[in-house]
Design a protein around this ligand. Structure first.
Ligand code: SF4
Length: 374
């Protein structure tokens, strides 16, 4: 069978040409890489908690963070959050145009609104004018649950077509005001509806698309649903910024988002952990070891391969491909670097500390210092 050409296997080469917008200093669309974003789930008005989560997300590779602004109290904290956040913030606002204007005045880097629920035409204009004056992009965020009644009747429900028409009507409202710093999202909890909606939209406009499957679910199920939906779109070259929505710790969204981009060869960040599923040959606590290694290496940005294998059947093979690896034996482990045995460790309890010592030494040679507490 003829092998596929490398271009056919390269979603980067297929990326849709889009306009670019800037969320603070972070370019989205155009020639910029696919951006990774998430949303805090702390009460926004709780500045220490929200800032703490923003910093955790940023340390895990989040490039843009969205915060909900449900009321005046939340809006009043935005200037403090914007001043201290290490990455640009986007304010997510519904039903109250005054909050959107207030967010812009507080220095927010982007707005996410649904013009259909933000108020009258005059109120939409007021938000657009404020955003325009400060160069703040607006994401038009349509969810399947927010499609207007008329469109639901016309299309027989929140179909992909209805979502696209809803977003386009909102785009028109902004364009009429001479505003073009637009991003669009069309999220549904149905993976296939989400994919179809974005595919249709990609044919209609050149604005950058923020892609995501909404209400995807708890981490395991949600990561699979998002991986399928976003994977199809990114493979086709559609999507300028991603969010993997999970019911859980937003930091888990980073793991899923970066693994998704890495799998498609679009972007890489941090160590790739190669670990086996374990089987009847496993004689160490490999699951605990792999989870602990992954957790400790989360803050590391350096791209490398780390293998954590259950036995010496496949361990050495994987370790040969990895930069550093460990393969378990009977109450012991063998540590490899680039396929060569460098150390044998006895006692299950010693595997993690000794392996981390070797990982730390390996990373130090690459100029990366792991914090001592890891
Ligand atoms: S590496 Fe060894 S322990 Fe792990 S699944 Fe393969 S055979 Fe089993």
């Amino acid at each position: 069978m003829e092998s596929q050409s490398s271009a056919a296997q390269d979603p980067q080469a297929r990326r849709r040409h889009t306009q670019s917008v800037y969320i603070g200093g972070v370019g989205v669309g155009g020639n910029n890489p696919v951006r990774v974003q998430s949303m805090t789930n702390t009460p926004t008005h709780d500045v220490p908690a929200t800032l703490g989560q923003i910093r955790t997300l940023a340390a895990a590779g989040c490039e843009i963070v969205r915060v909900a602004v449900p009321d005046e109290t939340a809006a009043a904290t935005l200037s403090d959050l914007c001043a201290a956040a290490p990455v640009p913030l986007v304010a997510d606002i519904h039903f109250d145009s005054r909050l959107a204007v207030q967010a812009v005045e507080a220095g927010i880097a982007g707005l996410r609104i649904n013009p259909g629920n933000i108020g009258s035409a005059r109120e939409v204009d007021r938000v657009v004018d404020a955003a325009s004056a400060r160069g703040v992009p607006i994401r038009i965020g349509v969810n399947s649950g927010s499609v207007e009644k008329g469109l639901l009747e016309r299309f027989g429900g929140p179909t992909p077509e209805a979502m696209v028409e809803s977003a386009l009507s909102h785009v028109t409202l902004l364009e009429k005001r001479g505003f073009s710093q637009i991003k669009i999202s069309l999220k549904s909890s149905s993976v296939l509806d989400t994919v179809h909606a974005y595919q249709r939209m990609a044919d209609r406009v050149s604005y950058p698309l923020h892609i995501g499957v909404t209400e995807a679910g708890t981490p395991l199920r949600g990561a699979v649903k998002s991986g399928v939906g976003l994977g199809i779109l990114l493979w086709e070259g559609v999507g300028d910024t991603v969010r993997v929505s999970l019911t859980g710790d937003p930091a888990d969204e980073m793991v899923a988002a970066w693994e998704l981009l890495r799998s498609l060869g679009l972007r890489s960040r941090g160590p790739e952990i190669i670990s086996c599923p374990t089987c009847g040959r496993t004689e160490i606590d490999l699951i605990g070891l792999a989870q602990a290694v992954e957790r400790r290496l989360r803050p590391v940005e350096t791209v490398c391969k780390v293998a954590v294998m259950g036995c010496v059947v496949n361990g050495p093979g994987e370790a040969r491909e990895a930069d550093i690896g460990i393969a378990g034996g009977r109450d012991c482990g063998i540590i490899f670097r680039k396929g060569k045995v460098i150390r044998k460790v006895h006692g299950d309890a010693n595997l993690l500390p000794v392996f981390m010592e070797e990982v730390r030494r390996f990373l130090a040679e690459w100029g990366v210092e792991l914090p001592e507490e890891l």
